[in-house]
Design a protein. Structure first.
Lengths: 250, 296, 332
């Protein structure tokens, strides 16, 4: 039983099948790349995995349990987190608050718990704060704790997003074009950060146009074109595939 | 029972005609700019007053329509370039823009109240003798109003389908970035939108007071929800849709009024607007899922 | 000085009621991003329920209304608060959706207009357009002078303000409050972190509605009457203007805004000489409110006292980093 298993995922907008029968199997600590030309349906597939986009057909299972019909917030509670194409840090909250919010999650933020179990909440605040400082230290972002997103560079905002996901102690991290808007000299740092996350046992699915990143990080790659998977394998294998080359050039 | 219903439908068609001129103006503006412009009613009121003033200085009925339209166009252009555009440049999003229009409507409405000394003025322009049209009792004036609205629809459709400007308008409403990339002068098109929708707004204001035969500072007020409902129900940017939706709004309002009371018909109109806002596509919030942008 | 004292006491009561309103709206809008343009409906339901519960059964000749249970004033306030909460729940379930915020605001505004129409049209409910009068004052039989009573009531209202202020501040600083702000800033990302934004929106709407209902109950027990015409969407507008002037997402700012807008600004014309025809000053007042509103939105939409930056502290108790970020950040 894989950690994350998708079978025959179909996403349709009106009559158009943006994703037309994509499957995958993901194990803990594995990193899967999703590449392909524009309009291939990669982001839509990621959205279907995360729950932001509705599944028309197919199934998605996390640790054997079907999650394809669950809304995004329920999948998140089970261990699927994601970043977005446009960095999605909470703009009117500091970096630290971003992390703490993620750290508490839905359980810690529940109104009943906050009102009725005050001592427990105070303890949780301390624990989550400690974890947040630990994450900030790990990624060398301690100095940015009190900053707002607008006061950071694109790469740093992306890192905040990723750190936020880590606060959830997730099983799967979906990344939608993480290197967009990241200055070139930060791409290497982010890539090594993602590798260290992989080493923690978290599985990654990365949609990315920057092929060097995919080559660097991903053990396996799925190439999509026009909603369908046209090749799977290691990076070198799929890049050598003539059908893949045709899809990119043609 | 049946005759009450039929005559209510007749009144509904007349009301629909009045609504439709305003709704067509609103939908053109909303479809392109995406601003939920709650000051539209206030502009109608101002144009109506301008027409009244022209009339009280001896200008005849048909010219009043034109003058009202021009007043509406001028004021709308002024507001669009002078107020909405600067706020958009300051970073106002959909909600802030709507609030700006709300503030504007407050200022305009109460300025009109102040200037008009809170009075209501007579505006009896055309003699209105009712006559039988089948089962419906209708006046000359009301028949003229129906024809005006049909004329506006035909003219607008011709403009949008057949002229270059019209095609540019439709392109911009559909996808402003793509339109810009295709070389359409978007700034100019926005100006055309203000002028066109403003003209229809002013025209609607004059048509409204031709029907009610009086004008006061609350003229546009209770009317606006019906107009917005019709425009959004019919699909933003679609004049034909606006007319069909206006028919629904007008007939429902009059039928409920005939069988219930005026209060209920107002509630019915408001209720339809709420349902339309809750359910129409384009109602989904932006954020990561796609961003409805302002085009100003 | 008695007239002055009476005037200031009355003003204090109105100030207190408006503070409660502003706290409710700021919690919903400033912290959760819920644009409750139908606020007045929840204040009104609190007022009406308090009124009809305190009065005796309706005779039907003087004025018609439902209930009429002659309950004590404390219970009436409780029921007013509950009414605000229940109505908020009903309206919230129906109309709070994941839709563009201008549509959301318009929907809630229209719902308040519908409610006004319904109350005006269906007389047996709350006596229609004429409204309900003759609501007795709490503890009117106490041996207090008129002045003493006014000040006592003002103090009573301010007590509720203090409690509500403490409550919303505590909630907003809690993990729940942070979840609200996350929902406000980036709803999709908040959901992707496990937050149930639908439930959060409803919760904040109901809590705000409860405070709104309380404010209505307090006010109606003071002025003794309530009718649909005097309490239209203009009141909601004034409260929102107070928030925008004083501070969005800042409760001290909300209080400041209430002081500046409904109290100082709207009371000022009372002391200016009459200009023009009677009623002109009223029109000018509204024009001025609209102008302030627009000026605020242009120049400083976050208000005089904006939302605070919450600085983090490490477990040692000291601030982790200097108060002002000293280093130059990498280029954005």
């Amino acid at each position: 039983m894989s950690l994350l298993a998708a079978r025959g995922v179909v996403v349709a907008y009106g009559g158009v099948r943006a994703v037309d029968g994509v499957s995958l199997d993901l194990e803990p600590g594995e990193s899967l790349g999703l590449i392909g030309p524009n309009g291939a349906g990669k982001s839509s597939f990621l959205g279907a995995l995360g729950g932001q986009i509705r599944l028309a057909e197919g199934s998605i299972a996390l640790e054997g349990h079907e999650v394809g019909r669950l809304p995004a917030f329920k999948r998140a509670r089970r261990g699927i987190t994601r970043t977005f194409q446009m960095t999605s840090e909470f703009a009117r909250m500091t970096v630290f608050e971003n992390l703490v919010t993620a750290g508490h999650g839905a359980e810690g933020a529940a109104l009943a718990r906050v009102v009725l179990r005050r001592r427990e909440t105070r303890r949780a605040e301390r624990d989550v704060a400690d974890r947040a400082w630990a994450v900030l230290d790990r990624f060398e972002m301690t100095h940015a704790a009190d900053f707002y997103g607008a006061e950071l560079s694109g790469g740093q905002r992306r890192l905040v997003e990723i750190m936020r996901c880590l606060m959830r102690e997730p099983k799967v991290l979906l990344l939608d074009e993480p290197m967009v808007g990241v200055a070139p000299h930060l791409v290497a740092k982010l890539t090594s950060d993602l590798r260290s996350i992989q080493d923690d046992g978290i599985a990654l699915v990365i949609v990315e146009h920057a092929l060097e990143v995919v080559q660097d990080l991903c053990g396996r790659v799925i190439v999509m074109a026009l909603g369908r998977p046209i090749a799977t394998g290691t990076f070198d294998e799929v890049v050598a595939d003539p059908e893949v080359q045709a899809a990119y050039v043609g | 029972m049946w005759s009450t219903f039929v005559s209510a439908v007749g009144f509904g068609v007349v009301l629909a005609s009045i609504i439709s001129v305003a709704a067509m103006g609103f939908t053109i503006q909303f479809g392109l700019t995406n601003v939920l412009n709650l000051s539209f009613g206030a502009v109608m009121t101002v144009a109506a007053f301008v027409a009244y003033l022209a009339n009280s200085h001896g200008v005849g009925g048909w010219s009043d329509l034109a003058i009202g339209g021009v007043a509406g166009a001028a004021l709308t252009l002024l507001l669009g370039r002078g107020i909405f555009k600067p706020y958009a440049r300051r970073g106002a999003q959909l909600f802030e823009m709507m609030m700006v229009t709300l503030g504007l409507s407050l200022i305009i409405d109460y300025a009109v109240q102040a200037i008009s000394h809170n009075n209501i003025y007579q505006y009896a322009v055309l003699p209105s003798r009712p006559f039988q049209l089948g089962a419906i009792l209708i006046t000359h004036t009301q028949l003229i109003i129906v024809f005006i609205s049909i004329g506006v629809l035909v003219g607008l459709l011709a403009l949008l389908r057949l002229t270059k400007v019209g095609k540019a308008l439709r392109a911009m409403a559909a996808d402003p970035d793509l339109a810009r990339a295709c070389g359409i002068r978007t700034g100019q098109i926005v100006v055309v939108t203000w002028l066109l929708s403003g003209f229809l707004c002013g025209l609607a204001g004059v048509v409204y007071i031709i029907n009610t035969q009086s004008v006061g500072y609350t003229t546009g007020e209770l009317f606006l929800p019906l107009v917005v409902a019709a425009a959004i129900l019919g699909g933003a940017g679609s004049p034909l849709g606006a007319v069909l939706a206006s028919l629904i709004m007008g007939i429902v309002t009059e039928v409920v009024s005939a069988f219930g009371s005026d209060s209920y018909s107002t509630v019915a109109g408001f209720g339809i607007l709420v349902l339309v806002l809750l359910s129409r596509p384009g109602s989904v919030r932006g954020g990561q899922a796609g961003h409805t942008q302002l085009t100003l | 000085m008695t007239a002055w004292s009476y005037y200031i006491a009355t003003l204090t009561v109105y100030f207190g009621v408006d503070v409660l309103a502003a706290l409710s709206v700021n919690l919903q809008f400033g912290f959760a991003g819920v644009v409750n343009f139908g606020f007045i409906v929840f204040q009104s339901v609190g007022a009406y329920i308090a009124a009809v519960v305190v009065l005796g059964p309706s005779s039907g000749t003087f004025q018609q209304y439902v209930f009429g249970a002659r309950l004590p004033f404390g219970v009436a306030l409780l029921l007013a608060t509950a009414a605000g909460a229940v109505l908020s729940l009903a309206v919230g379930l129906f109309s709070l959706r994941n839709i563009r915020s201008d549509y959301q605001a318009a929907i809630l505004l229209i719902i308040s207009l519908i409610a006004t129409q319904v109350v005006q049209g269906y007389v047996p409910l709350f006596n229609g357009s004429n409204g309900i009068t003759g609501v007795p004052r709490p503890f009117g039989s106490l041996p207090l002078s008129l002045q003493g009573y006014e000040w006592a009531y003002a103090g009573w209202v301010l007590l509720f303000c203090a409690v509500a202020y403490a409550l919303v501040t505590w909630l907003s600083r809690s993990p729940w409050g942070r979840a609200l702000r996350a929902m406000r800033d980036q709803e999709d990302a908040a959901a992707a972190l496990g937050l149930n934004v639908t439930a959060l929106r409803l919760q904040v709407f109901v809590i705000g509605g409860a405070i709104a209902g309380l404010s209505g109950g307090l006010l109606v027990e003071y002025i003794g009457a309530w009718s649909p015409d005097a309490w239209g969407y203009a009141e909601t507008f004034v409260i929102f203007t107070s928030i925008f002037v004083g501070g969005v997402g800042n409760y001290r700012g909300a209080v400041l805004g209430v002081l500046l807008v409904p109290i100082v600004f709207l009371e000022l014309p009372r002391f200016l000489p009459q200009v023009g025809y009677p009623g002109l000053m009223d029109s000018m007042e509204w024009i001025a409110i609209g102008a302030i509103w627009m000026l605020c939105l242009y120049v400083r939409p976050q208000g005089i006292l904006p939302e605070r930056r919450n600085r983090a502290r490490r477990a040692s108790g000291k601030a982790a980093i200097p108060a002002e970020p000293a280093e130059q950040m990498e280029p954005a």
